[in-house]
Design a protein around this ligand. Structure first.
Ligand SMILES: [Ca+2]
Length: 167
């Protein structure tokens, strides 16, 4: 009997380590190619794992500096998650050397660094001015201008969930 209980505990622990709904590296690769095109694999990716949608399952965030656009380098960010069991993803493409509020200040070399930062619900609400954002933010840091923050807002729009914030 003791052995059976031990086995049951192991199963529960195992489920906590890798859940069936977590996003896999293969799913990230597929979505990076879907958004970035055939050249996506030729670039060096930064990849983060974390629950940026606040549904309890681990999501993937990938980024790279794309040189595909003749107008100049672009920072490419893709978030891959699941909603109600369906694979969903969203990409953001940001220019460099831009006076644009959403633009990055560097040249793309070295590539901006991505990281995750946990805020409180209240902090997220203050930054965005709306309710319901998942407070685990994706931070983009180019070492020159203010940090860029992206929050996933599950109930925002059907095809758009990432909300941008910078100071
Ligand atoms: Ca998630």
């Amino acid at each position: 009997m003791r052995i059976l209980i031990f086995a049951a505990a192991l199963v529960v622990l195992g489920a906590g380590i890798a859940r069936a709904q977590d996003i896999t590296d293969a799913e990230l690769t597929g979505e990076m190619r879907f958004h970035g095109g055939q050249h996506a694999s030729a670039y060096q990716w930064q990849v983060l794992t974390g629950d940026v949608t606040c549904d309890g399952d681990a999501d993937k965030v990938g980024s790279y500096v794309s040189l595909d656009n003749p107008d100049g380098p672009r920072f490419f960010l893709v978030v891959v998650a699941r909603e109600e069991g369906q694979l969903v993803s969203e990409s953001v493409v940001t220019p460099f050397d831009s006076a644009d509020q959403a633009g990055l200040c560097g040249t793309g070399n070295p590539p901006p660094k991505i990281s995750l930062e946990q805020f409180t619900d209240e902090e997220a609400r203050e930054m965005l001015g709306i309710e319901g954002a998942c407070p685990l933010a994706i931070i983009v840091e180019d070492g020159m201008c203010d940090l860029h923050h992206y929050f996933w807002v599950p109930e925002w729009e059907e095809d758009r969930k990432l909300i941008f914030f910078r100071n």
